[in-house]
Design a protein around this ligand. Structure first.
Ligand code: NCD
Length: 301
């Protein structure tokens, strides 16, 4: 049994084995013959924050592997009556073989893992970590570009609060990508996170404006307005980075545009028809990647 709480819990070998298993899962899905190694198992999704992709792709992944999926959203549960997170985890641990947890507080998935006897998968804990999104992103880059090492990747947006960006920066650095972080100064990534990633030996630059002339992968995220102490501050930040078609002028034809989604103001709908936009494909990759993660966490292989 394995928990997956942070991308930093995995080494390169561990990530590669998940990505390779995800490739097998994707091929089995496209043949219409996914295996059923989780037949008879129950996966419970405990979501205390809104989610579309992560929640549904985990459910789809569980069902594709022959497991049953239980979904919980805090708004329609006893959490709304004041039940504690700890009690909810303890109880669902008695119903299921694996707990997929999303929560607004950093550290909540790790806290759940301390309570549950079954594996816990972090589906996003506050502004901290989103390991299965990072695995989906690495899988997507590997598929599109053949390798991660040496790719020039620009991460642009709210780097202060976006957990997807933090987890991805670690993964990119582990695999030797050249990363450029682009954000307004107020939304820079936590310097501690950047310096930990630099210790992996990767090149990480920080800029306020994008220069995409040498960029292989542009990865954008929205303002995480729900994490701002002052909502008016989030409003002020809006519009400071926006991928207008003009921003893409001079970018390579082969550049891939990724986004964890949901996209809001930072990515105008006009970009969807740009052949470089790969974010819907990226979202689809979330299913085979989460199949690989569920199999590993529940069966230990
Ligand atoms: C991300 C998240 O929840 O952190 N969404 C997702 O899981 N695909 C990104 C976001 O909400 O901006």
């Amino acid at each position: 049994m394995h928990d997956l709480l942070s991308i930093t819990d995995l080494d390169k070998k561990g990530i590669l084995s998940i990505l390779s298993e995800a490739g097998k899962m994707e091929r089995a899905l496209s043949r219409g013959k996914p295996p059923s190694p989780l037949k008879g198992k129950i996966v419970a999704n405990l979501f205390f924050e809104p989610s579309t992709r992560t929640n549904l792709s985990f459910q789809a992944a569980a069902l594709r592997l022959g497991a049953n999926a239980l979904a919980f959203s805090s708004a329609g549960s006893s959490a709304a009556k004041g039940e504690s997170f700890e009690d909810t985890v303890r109880m669902v641990d008695g119903y299921a073989d694996c707990l997929v947890v999303r929560h607004p507080d950093a550290g909540s998935a790790r806290a759940a893992a301390g309570i549950a006897s079954h594996p816990v998968i972090n589906a996003g804990d506050g502004g901290n970590q989103h390991p299965t999104q990072a695995l989906t992103d690495l899988y997507t880059i590997m598929k599109l570009k053949g390798k991660i090492e040496g790719q020039s990747v620009t991460l642009m947006g709210d780097l202060k609060y976006a957990r997807a960006m933090r987890s991805l920066l670690w993964g990119l650095s582990l695999f030797g990508a050249d990363t450029t972080l682009v954000s307004p100064p107020q939304l820079r990534m936590d310097p501690g996170i950047v310096s930990e990633a630099r210790k992996l030996g990767a090149s990480i630059a920080e800029h306020e404006k994008p220069d995409l002339s040498a960029c292989d992968v542009l990865y954008v995220c929205r303002i995480q307005k729900e994490r701002f102490a002052d909502p008016s501050e989030a409003k002020r930040m809006q519009g400071l980075f926006r991928v207008e078609p003009s921003v893409l002028c001079g970018a390579k034809k082969s550049m891939a545009i990724l986004h964890p989604l949901p996209k809001v103001d930072e990515m105008p709908p006009a970009i969807d028809s740009d052949p470089r936009a790969k974010y819907f494909e990226q979202a689809k990759n979330g299913v085979p990647v989460r199949m690989a993660v569920l199999k590993r966490c529940i069966l230990g292989k």
